[in-house]
Design a protein around this ligand. Structure first.
Ligand code: SF4
Ligand code: SF4
Ligand code: SF4
Ligand code: FES
Length: 940
């Protein structure tokens, strides 16, 4: 039995409003205006044979299999490309049609290898199905004429193969790459009999522009483009709908299985974040879940110099509880704490923060979101009243002007990038504010109107210049501001932004961007009419990250661009559950739902439900935990799914802090860098084993369903629960659904959420409660959550991290499509073929001055430390700026980053480090000591 497929209606759903009446095979029906005859028939349950059409792509009309007869019309039009008409009478089954369709199929089959029984698509092949559907019984032309049967297979891509001998040149793959993915990597080359799918002159898939999203594989009706995993394991038999565990887009997938073997991940058509699309990571890079490097048994050791000892769960839990209790007895209640993971489910995060608050009896809980999007939470809460983005992804379909600030969507949020590119191809105009020439600035059929290539660290000056133009050139939406915003704060802000120091002319000197270009871009944004801002870590990971978030909210409010489709201020979250881990109360000053621990009423609610007295004093943030550890006051830490030693800034400081603790507990899939300092390793579960929910960047709560049993024998929340019980705080959840029920009972924005509700409706965006049982796609519709929107003056204060003669360049960091965060997962998949190491991008001018050559080893030094990596010369970075990623531990990118952080939230200033870059002849002492001076070898 093949895993069930969703019905394919042949062409996309019409977006037009009016209704049209017609008959198909005598049956009267009404469908939306603009619907194709093929879709109208499918909607009434009549299948018309087809090959070149599928409902994720626009009709193409090339295969001629879907012909129909229409009363009063000559000939036989293609039903996929013929729209319905009022009063139309369509016939889909006549002798004449049957004969023509058989003739078409006969031609296809006469040039097709007849190896159906041994073909990997057997049972899941549309060509095979259609041959049956049209009743083809013989092929009259023979197989010995000219044909394509000897063409060579292209197996260069690690995940799928291309066998042109099976290609029917239906062009679905080309159109999927163009329309869905927006990469335009494929074309049909040649004409007539010679036409064939091509990745470019002389190129195979691996060397081409292809980004391995797999959209072409998904739409291919034959075995021409085929997942290698299906070739290896055979057709899947059953499927489970779940959510990708990589980035904050939160794509839904059908995990297609054969027994307990995951055969392939197919993006789920009804997934409300991704609508059936995915990127290379979600679709293909799942092999890490069953990688031999996974540690499946708990490990403990007395000292970090000892070797690990494999133990049973009971012993590991007892050992950990005993250590934590001993520390607290000697150093006090607040001497331990923990951090939650943005990679874990909401339910797993909930129990860890509860363990800390109720079991450890303090608020020393923080989350890895501290180091990415904490300024988003702060800035949007202050201005709008809620710590989350304003829109759902679909909102971009109605944007007229899109501003992308400090976000490299095609690499870090690829599926949303494809949705955005589609809107840009339809005519929306784009402004990119980024020091690097990211792909969106210019890619096939997309070109930014303005690329404001500002110096790293000058975002706030830039947003102030935008605000200056809005205020001084009459772009304020006065009616909106009067109706919805706080008048006093608006007046103060207006006075502030119109000062001369905020004019584009003044700001040009700070940012390095021409004043006229700033003015033109600001006018474009302000003029909209519907303007949307999307931003990433290039906004938040600065010393003024929170200021910039408020600056963006200010101009959105001033121009009336919040509260409806096509507008808003939208953070793009890096990891899958950044939003959720913050929602679940992972901050030391806030209980779940962003409510202060200092509020007696809020605390009282939790105390009553949890039957424990809670600490009223906020706990330590991650950087404070490190400082307190070095001071000897903070001695034990529970680290859920996070590699602090690799991902946090100023590695030497982090290592010193971890090294000074008596009990470091790591709960993860693999022995990561932090484990060098750990005393307990509690094996975690991959997303394929988890039962729970993730909340994506658009506040969407998606179900994560177990595809296979836990390989460790325990769910992660069960491990935390066992530790709580061992430390004397009772927890007795029977399953993850019960945890969600408690979340809903204690968090007003989640009060309507339950596993049953999610299973019934697919997913919901919080707030989901009695007032909004189906969730809230767009927030702040009639009024802001805080009541009146509040403006904040956003004075630009340059970072203290300045370039000097000793450190004349600015290092900024980011991500790459094929790797994910610290790379623990993706480095254990064939994705490493595209990015085996982190490299340093250097402008050719800076390279020449220093004698740096392409591929040469260079030393990057800052006032914090030095590391080495290989250089690549590119004008994607401007002179004076160098750039790298942080996916590989041996690179040690955070050896050089500094302790500077956002003034409000302590989010590290990863994006600005003054460095010198010079040719090097050998690895650093740290790299030699920790990684043997070479790239870490991960078995694939
Ligand atoms: S590779 Fe598949 S989708 Fe592309 S043209 Fe050939 S048969 Fe059609
Ligand atoms: S995998 Fe994606 S990017 Fe590559 S050719 Fe197919 S559709 Fe295009
Ligand atoms: S875009 Fe993000 S969520 Fe979607 S498949 Fe890729 S990594 Fe997964
Ligand atoms: S399906 Fe209509 S022409 Fe191919």
């Amino acid at each position: 039995m093949v895993a069930s497929k969703e019905k394919d209606f042949g062409t996309p759903e019409s977006t037009l409003q009016g209704l049209v009446s017609l008959t198909i095979d005598g049956m009267p029906i009404q469908v939306a205006e603009g619907t194709s005859v093929m879709r109208a028939a499918a909607e009434t349950g009549i299948s018309i044979p087809k090959l070149c059409s599928t409902d994720s792509l626009n009709a193409f009309g090339s295969c001629r299999l879907c012909l129909v007869e229409i009363e009063g019309q000559q000939g036989m039009p293609a039903s996929c490309s013929t729209p319905v008409g009022e009063g139309m009478a369509v016939r889909t089954q006549t002798e004449r049609l049957a004969k023509v369709r058989r003739g078409v199929m006969e031609l296809y089959i006469s040039d097709h290898p007849l190896d159906c029984l041994t073909c990997s698509a057997n049972g899941d092949c549309e060509l095979q199905d259609m041959a049956g559907a049209v009743g083809l019984r013989e092929v009259r032309y023979g197989f010995d004429g000219e044909n394509h049967l000897d063409l060579e297979v292209d197996s260069s891509n690690p995940y799928f193969s291309f066998d042109p001998s099976k290609c029917i040149v239906c062009s679905r793959c080309v159109r999927a790459c163009d329309e869905v993915q927006g990469t335009f990597a494929l074309t049909i080359e040649g004409r007539g009999f010679d036409s064939k799918v091509s990745t470019g002159p002389g190129e195979n898939f691996l060397d081409s522009e292809c980004v391995s999203c797999g959209a072409c594989v998904q739409v291919c009706p034959t075995a021409t483009l085929m997942e290698k995993s299906v070739i290896e394991h055979g057709q899947p038999e059953h499927s489970v709908i779940t959510t990708c565990a990589y980035c904050g887009v939160g794509c839904s997938f059908k995990a297609e299985m054969k027994g307990n073997q995951l055969v392939r991940m197919v993006p789920y058509r009804d997934g409300q974040a991704n609508h059936g699309h995915s990127c290379v990571k979600g679709r293909f890079a799942f092999g890490y879940a069953t990688h031999p490097d996974r540690v499946l048994k708990p490990l403990i050791r007395d000292k970090t110099s000892d070797v690990w000892r494999e133990v049973e769960w009971d012993e590991a839990i007892a050992f950990t509880a005993n250590r934590f209790e001993t520390i607290q007895a000697e150093y006090g209640r607040k001497s331990i704490g923990g951090i939650t993971s943005s990679r874990c489910t909401n339910e797993e995060v909930w129990v860890v923060q509860k363990l800390i608050r109720a079991g450890f009896k303090n608020n020393n809980v923080d989350t890895c979101a501290r180091v990415c999007h904490s300024p988003t939470g702060y800035g949007l809460k202050q201005t709008l009243g809620t710590s989350a983005g304003t829109q759902h992804f679909d909102s971009v379909r109605e944007a007229d002007v899109i501003v992308v600030i400090g976000a490299n969507l095609t690499e870090a949020h690829p599926v949303f990038a494809s949705q955005m590119k589609r809107r840009l191809r339809e005519g929306a105009r784009l402004i990119v504010i980024d020091p690097r020439g990211i792909d969106l600035v210019r890619s096939p059929h997309v070109e930014a109107r303005h690329h404001l290539q500002l110096l790293p660290g000058t975002n706030v000056a830039m947003i102030n210049a935008f605000a200056h133009v809005v205020v001084t050139e009459g772009y304020v939406d006065e009616e909106y501001v009067v109706a919805r915003c706080d008048p006093e704060s608006f007046a103060e802000w207006r006075e502030f932004v119109q000062r001369p120091e905020n004019s584009p002319e003044a700001v040009a000197k700070v940012t390095g961007v021409d004043a006229q270009q700033i003015r033109a871009a600001a006018r474009l944004y302000a003029g909209g009419p519907r303007s949307a801002i999307y931003y990433g870590l290039g906004v938040t990971e600065h010393s003024q990250g929170s200021t910039m978030v408020m600056g963006m909210a200010n101009i959105a409010m001033a121009t009336g661009n919040i509260g409806f489709m096509g507008v808003g201020v939208n953070p793009l979250r890096g990891q899958n559950n950044v939003q959720g881990s913050c929602d679940m109360g992972s901050f030391p000053h806030e209980l779940p739902g962003y409510r202060p621990v200092t509020d007696d009423t809020v605390r009282g609610t939790f105390e009553a439900a949890w039957q424990v007295e809670l600490d009223a004093e906020p706990g330590l943030r991650i950087p404070n935990m490190f400082d307190a550890a070095i001071a000897g006051e903070y001695r034990g830490m529970y680290i859920q799914g996070e590699d602090l030693a690799q991902s946090d800034p100023n590695t030497q400081h982090v290592e010193a802090a971890l090294d000074s603790m008596d009990c470091v507990v790591v709960q993860d899939l693999f022995l990561n860098e932090t484990c060098r300092f750990a005393h307990v390793f509690l094996p975690g579960t991959s997303f394929l084993e988890k039962d729970g929910t993730f909340t994506n960047a658009e506040r969407r709560i998606n179900r994560v369903r177990p595809v296979m049993p836990s390989q460790t024998g325990m769910a992660e929340w069960e491990v935390t629960q066992a530790l709580a019980n061992a430390m004397g705080y009772p927890m007795n959840y029977a399953n993850a659904a019960e945890i969600m029920d408690e979340i809903a009972a204690l968090t007003p924005t989640f009060s309507g959420v339950s596993f049953d509700h999610l299973d019934a409706v697919g997913s919901v965006q919080w707030p989901c409660n009695e007032a909004a049982p189906l969730g809230t796609p767009v927030m702040h519709i009639d009024q802001f959550v805080r009541g009146k929107g509040k403006f904040f003056p956003t004075e630009f204060v340059p970072t203290e991290e300045r370039t000097t003669r000793r450190f004349p360049l600015i290092l900024t960091t980011g991500r790459i499509l094929s790797q994910y965060n610290v790379g623990a997962q993706t480095r254990r998949t064939p994705n490493s073929i595209w990015s085996p190491e982190d490299v340093l991008e250097v402008h050719p001018h800076d390279a020449e001055l220093r004698g740096i050559v392409e591929g040469g080893l260079v030393a990057v030094s800052s006032r914090k430390g030095e590391t080495t990596l290989h250089a690549t010369l590119t004008d994607r970075v401007p002179p004076g700026v160098v750039y790298t990623t942080f996916h590989h531990p041996e690179t040690g990118a955070n050896i050089v980053t500094t302790e500077f952080s956002d003034w409000a939230t302590n989010c590290p200033e990863y994006k600005v480090t003054a460095v010198q870059v010079l040719p090097a002849s050998r690895r650093t002492e740290w790299q030699e000591r920790v990684h043997g001076g070479k790239a870490q070898v991960v078995r694939i």
